[in-house]
Structures are given as C-alpha cells and as structure tokens.
Design a protein around this ligand. Structure first.
Ligand code: HAM
Length: 653
C-alpha cells in the first residue's frame, strides 16, 4: 500500500466547523476595521528576501533562523542565446551564403512543427565546394540550457519529420543537427549525443536567480507596497488591514505553528498627515481593545513600552552591552551570545535563573531622549482618557528591529507559554530603510490561531451560536430516483430564497432519508410520485414534531393565463403556497391570504398565524408591482424578507 501523506509539521488543516469560527472572527474584525476607516490590502505571500533582511533585521531570530527562503532558479534566456548565435553566424549577404555562414530559412508551417519539438531554427549553411562553387546543407538548430537526452532525441525526431513531411520542403536535402548551449550549461558528459553537433556558446544566457522568502510577517510587505504605489503622495494617512498566512520555521507547539495566520493593520503616511502623532498610537490601541471586546475575549493584558528613537535605542544598546560584560558569564548560553550580538534580545530571555540578573540591568526608560518621553506620555494620557487599561513593561522590546518609540503586546493567561495574542508598535524609520520616503507608521498583528485558541478555551458565546447553525433548514428527500430532477429544482428555489438546503438522493431508502434529515436539518420535505402528481408536499418539521401536507404548485410549469386578473390570482396563489411552505419548514406558523382591507399603502395582504387558539403574529403586504415580478425575482426578494422574519422567531435546536 502506498504510504499515506500527512500535512507538513507545523502546518494544519482547518475543517468546516472550525473555519466557521475563523470566518466569524474575520467578519467581526472587518466590521471593526470598517468603523475606523481601514481598507484591506493583500500583498503577495512571498517577497524578495532582501525586504525582510532590511526591515525585520538580519540579526533577528526571524530573519537569521526562521525564514523559508529559496533561490528562484536561474532562468535560461532562450531569446538572447538565439539572437547572439544568429549574430555570430548569419551572413550579411542575404542572397548568397558564404562558406560556414548561415541563412535562416524554412517554410513557416513546418517551422511551427519544429518549434513544437523544441527546435527553434532551420538554417542553410554554406559550404565551399570549389573556389567558385558554393554549395550547402540544411541544419536544424535547437537552443537549450544544457545537453539532455531529451534535446538529442527531439532533434533526431525533427530530422525524421523533415525527411518525411512534404511541408518541410527539404525532404531531399542533407540535414544536420546542432544543439547550442551556454558555455556554462551542462555538457551532458554521459549522454549519447548521436550525430548532433554540440556547440557551447560564450556569453550570459542565464538570468540571475532571485532569493525569495515566504513572508514571516506582513508589515514589510505593506510598507513595500506603500512605497511602490506612491500611496504617500495623496498626503493622507493610509490605514490598511490584512488577514492572511505567515510562515516561520519555529519549533511547533501549542499556539506556535510554521504556517500561522495574522489579522493585522498599519497606519502610515508622510509626517504632514499626522502619522507621527501619539494620538495614532492610542487610537490603534483603543481599536484593539474594542475588537477584543467585540470578539468577547476576556482577561487580556495590554503591555506597553517605549523603545525610543533609533538614536535612543543605539544608546541603550551600548549601556546594556557594557552592563552585561560583568554578568553575562553567569547567564544562559543564549544570553551570553546575545550580550555580544544583540544585547536588547537579552530582555526576552525566559530562563528562570537569569531573571534576577535581568531585573537589575539598566532600564530602557532611562536612555530615552526627551522627545521620546513626551511622545510616550501623550500615548498613555490618551489611553487613560479613553479608559483603555495597560501595564508598563520596560522589558518589552519585541523581536523585530524596525520598532521605534511605542511597542506593545496583548497577552492572555489562557494561552500558556505562547501567551502573546498580538504584538505591534511604531516603525518611524522603516520606509526609509527600504528605500522609500519618510513615512512614520504604527501597526499590529494578531495571531489568529491564538485568538481561536483563546475563544475555544473560554467557551465563548461566539462558539455557542455556531453549533446551533450546523443544521440546515431543510432536507429534501426524493422518494425515488425519478424524483431527483424535481428535487434539485425545489432545492434551487429554496436556496435562491436564502434557505439552507441539504439535498438527499432518490436512491436512499425512506428510513435512511429520515435518519439523515433528522441529523442534518430542522425539517424534511418528501418528494414522491404522488406528491408531484398532486402538487402537494409532505413536510415534517423535526423541531415542532409536526407533519403537514402543503399544496405547492411551484414545481410545475405554470399554464399561460388568459386574462390579467387570472394571472394576478395565480401569482397570489403561488406566493401564498410559497409562504406556507417556508413557514412549515421553519416554524409552526400558517399563512393565509386576506382580502384587501380597502385602505393602506399596499395592495395585497397575508397574515401569519400561530398557536391554539390561533393568534395573529404578523402581516405581510405587497405592492401591485411586487406581485407582477417574475417568480424567481419575487421569491428572492419576498422569500428572503419572510425568511428573515421566521429566523428571528425560530425555536433554537
Ligand atoms: P509578531 O509579534 O512577530 O509581530 O507577531 C504578531 C503575532 O503573531 C504574535 O503576537 C502571535 O500572536 C502571532 N504569531 C507569531 N508567530 C507565530 C507562530 N509561529 N504561530 C502562531 N502565531 C504566531 C509581527 O508580526 C509584526 N509584523 C506586527 C506589527 C505590525 N508591528 C507593526 N505592525
């Protein structure tokens, strides 16, 4: 038996029930972003490796160890080698081929066949027979990145074709074969070249390889796009959000994957747009608090810090490096290395024995210049005013090099070791670092996988509503195979009106249809031969435990009506049946058409009745214009309106 294949370590599949929750979360996030006037941006999943090296930073863990990077193979430039070869061989006398030189020839129709075989040229090559007599022969020439058995084989086949195909017009000529490859191409030492002449040509015929990387994060890509499309030229603040997968080759564990998802946002613009203002920082943080609140995530902590300007950071790095000289020897191996390469990273250390030492190291707050201090004070003042709680954490320096001034993380106790639900901060110099104009910015990224874990741990109400909706509204059960086509027609009608429909199969026994129907849907419609003949559907509502026969002519093509009045009556009838069917499927209501009361804005009326003794729940009214709509259109508009009404009053499963 063939070995079974599994998802790659650190990646996983999300199946329908879980994706339902993901979609909900994403929908809520999109709604919140819309209220803050953010627009969506989608950048490619891979970028030039240099982008990440220059933004996230070469010394960071992400860039130095965790990226999926590959060289996007050197590309053979076929056009260039053909041009160069022709230049070197073609005669400048088009009428007469000089000895050893070529004329490019061939019947275009036959050339197309040659091209299909990977043979690009047919040439006439001159041979000096006697001092005054020039003769020649035909050469078929193929240009390839290297010698391969395939290339030899195709050239040989091309010659066979030239000899046999009248369109070649060279059936009676001597035909030689030539394979031109770049000098540095594979000479195919072990390949039988038969009688093919192999000609290595000097020159550059490979376009150099590009180093590409699966994005480990999306801020770099967004800022690259901001620069590439000149988004700053509008003079306005750009507010962009994204939802998508990111890739880091980390050790997988709970809440840490190699392909994970982020919901993120960036606020960026020229300084004149207000992009540097502390109010932007506070607004972004306030938006996050609102988003978490709407997602019903409880118990988060906002940890906040300022890492200062680039100059402040450099100063602190020196202070820290000096302070570490005496104590590094007592710390873990990682810290000893970091003390030299990237002292700031020491603050991320989680080794318990190192903590007392780290606590005594100089604090970044003491290295901040007055500007940075003022900026940070404005951020916290605005958060205080808006009532967003936070905790100052001077060790929060974050694992990416582009940060300046405000940095933050929202942590959650329910997540275990990987407790950062989201992280972000300001990056005032990032645009310039990747060749763009000055464009200060601030943003964040939420770990969507971790958000889901938190919600699942919380048994959130968002989750509960999802279990309810796993059931369809109706299961349509054709009683025999002959009813399958009508079943599809009914399913199409109901689905067009917004109902969620599961379609059974006439091959199922009735007991199986009922078993499936009960499991998958709130109600079942039986569609048998008799039902179709009598235009009556049998509807069983599992929730209400009632079975009803509903007259329903909707499955039959309607006879052409003679008068306008008859047509309206028929349409009222169709619509009444339609309402009755939907009511029976989803509720215990009945619906009846009532005569025109003689006043009011509308022309036609129905009432919705429920219970014993019957009580009127609601009225439905239509305009003349509405009733004149095509069946399909009417069902779409009115069916949906009615269904929305029934959904609002449905009994939960
Ligand atoms: P980050 O802190 O590297 O920041 O990632 C943000 C969030 O992504 C983390 O807090 C975590 O929830 C989630 N995350 C990171 N790695 C993994 C993983 N291996 N598995 C699961 N979830 C993970 C950034 O990516 C910055 N681009 C954020 C930002 C935007 N800063 C400014 N703008």
């Amino acid at each position: 038996m063939a070995q079974t294949m599994k998802a790659v370590r650190g990646t996983r599949d999300l199946l329908p029930l879980e994706t339902e929750l993901w979609n909900r979360i994403e929908a809520i996030a999109r709604q919140v972003f819309a209220r803050y006037n953010f627009g969506e941006i989608r950048t490619p999943i891979f970028e030039d490796t240099g982008l990440f090296a220059r933004s996230v930073g070469e010394e960071t863990d992400i860039v130095s160890k965790e990226m999926y990077t590959w060289s996007d193979g050197e590309r053979f430039n076929e056009q260039r080698i053909i041009e160069e070869w022709k230049k070197a061989n073609e005669t400048d006398d088009p009428a007469h081929t000089q000895a050893g030189r070529i004329n490019v020839q061939g019947n275009p129709k036959f050339l197309a066949k040659l091209n299909e075989l990977g043979v690009q040229l047919q040439v006439w090559r001159g041979v000096q027979v006697r001092p005054n007599l020039l003769s020649g022969y035909v050469e078929l020439v193929s240009f390839r990145p290297g010698v391969s058995a395939d290339a030899i084989d195709r050239l040989t086949r091309a010659r066979e074709l030239a000899k046999s195909d009248p369109e070649s017009q060279i059936q009676h000529f001597a035909v030689r074969l030539r394979l031109v490859i770049p000098m540095e191409g594979d000479l195919g030492a072990w390949i039988d070249k038969k009688d093919v002449i192999v000609e290595p040509l000097a020159g550059r015929f490979f376009d150099s390889a590009q180093s590409l990387t699966l994005r480990p994060e999306n801020t770099a890509g967004v800022v690259r796009a901001y620069i590439e499309h000149g988004l700053g030229e509008s003079g306005q603040l750009q507010k962009l959000y994204y939802i998508g997968p990111q890739f880091r080759r980390e050790r997988p564990q709970k809440g840490r994957y190699r392909q994970f998802w982020q919901i993120g946002a960036e606020v960026i613009g020229p300084p004149s747009s207000g992009s540097e203002s502390a109010l932007r920082d506070a607004e972004v943080l306030e938006m996050l608090a609102t988003l978490l609140q709407e997602l019903k995530i409880e118990g988060w902590t906002l940890e906040l810090n300022s890492v200062g300007s680039a100059a402040d950071r450099a100063k602190y790095n020196d202070v820290l490096r000096a302070a570490l000289v005496d104590v590094a020897a007592k710390m873990c191996g990682d810290c000893q290395r970091r003390a030299v390469t990237n002292p700031l990273r020491v603050l991320d250390c989680k080794v318990p024995e190192d903590q007392p030492i780290i606590e005594k190291l100089p604090k970044i707050g003491d290295s901040l210049g007055q500007d940075s201090k003022d900026h940070f004070a404005q951020v916290t003042a605005a958060l205080d005013a808006a009532g967003v709680p936070y905790k100052l954490n001077q060790r929060l320096v974050r694992g990416l090099d582009y940060y300046t001034r405000t940095t933050f993380e929202f942590t959650h106790g329910g997540l275990g070791a990987q407790n950062a639900l989201l992280g972000g901060g300001r990056y005032d110099g990032l645009s310039e670092a990747i060749g763009g104009p000055k464009a200060p910015g601030i943003g964040f990224a939420i770990g969507l996988d971790r958000l889901v874990l938190t919600l699942q741990a919380q048994k959130s109400t968002v989750l509960e509503t999802i279990t309810v909706e796993t059931k369809s509204d109706v299961f349509i059960a054709p009683v025999g195979k002959a009813q399958n086509p009508s079943a599809l027609a009914l399913a199409r009608d109901l689905r067009n009106s917004g109902l969620r429909v599961e379609l059974g199969d006439g091959a199922f026994r009735l007991s199986k249809s009922f078993e499936f129907g009960d499991k998958l849907a709130r109600s079942i419609v039986l569609l048998g031969e008799d039902e179709l003949a009598a235009s009556i559907l049998t509807v069983k509502n599992f929730m209400m435990r009632v079975q009803k026969k509903i007259p329903y002519g909707g499955l039959r093509s309607q006879p052409e009506t003679s008068s306008a009045q008859e047509s309206i009556e028929r349409q009222i009838n169709v619509f009444t049946q339609w309402l009755q069917l939907v009511a029976a499927l989803t509720t215990d209501w009945t619906v009846e058409n009532i005569p025109r009361p003689g006043h009011g804005l509308y022309d036609y009326h129905w009432r919705v009745i429920s219970g014993e003794p019957p009580k009127i729940l609601d009225y439905i009214s239509l305009d003349k214009e509405d009733i004149g709509l095509s069946d399909e259109k009417r069902r779409e508009i009115l069916g949906r309106r009615f269904i929305a009404l029934t959904k609002g009053k449905q009994v939960p499963v």
